[in-house]
Write a protein that binds this ligand. Sequence first.
Ligand code: PAF
Length: 278
Amino acid sequence: MILRTVEALRAQVRTWKAAGQQIGVVPTMGALHGGHLSLVRAARAECPRVIVTIFVNPRQFDNPEDLSNYPRTEAADAGQLAPLGVDAIFAPTPDQVYPPGFATTVSVGGVAEPLEGAMRPGHFDGVATVVAKLFGATLADRAYFGEKDWQQLQVVRRMVADLNLPVTVVGCPTLREASGLAMSSRNMRLSPQARAVVAPALYAAMTEAAQAIRQGQAPGTALPAARERLLRAGFEKVDYIVTRDAETLQDWSDPARPARMLAAAWLDGVRLIDNIAV
Ligand code: PAF
């Protein structure tokens, strides 16, 4: 069942709620891959009703070209979801999400400010606003997000806590291609050669650096070495490769707290991001 309007979605959700059924939501922008499907399977295992949302959210793109290049593959997406027993796909038109006169922005501070927040101004405002709206439209009890977008996951957790939203946020592990490359809708924009030969260096370099840090090497030594390795492998540019407090995304100054290594780098004009535990 594909629902296009908030009204139709709400009518369906009301019947499920009346029957006492919990609802899980998997927010996506479509172009589904194995990572998304693993989120759907997690939701399916825990929730009697599962909604997948497909909406390419214009407000979270800082670059118009990135928005127009974003793959739109709704028929194929619906085909992939069919065997997983999804109860509804909510694929609204932009005017359903942002009707004329729309004037509200949800802006998360702190965790949303560094890294992606600094490099892509307005990005997390767009994400937080649409996710808040999707929570409101679906009335979901549980929401599933990939750890692949680690900072996004922390931003959503912060927003839910700060606004007392009645939804449990579930983070699910990153799925990787056999080469180690994190699954992403952007991978399909890489040339076959770059995808097979160069892109896997991102995870390899991060894994090596994280291991070195765990063995006592200073991040100030391990991270520049990882950056060099990426450039040697064929990445055009490294936006960042850092270790941060896993929850706040601020500097990792307290070794007693969990750390996360996060990286963003360009290959074939495509910006890839990844993260791993340190
Ligand atoms: O991760 C994504 O695909 C998007 O940022 C999300 C959460 C669906 C919001 O548009």
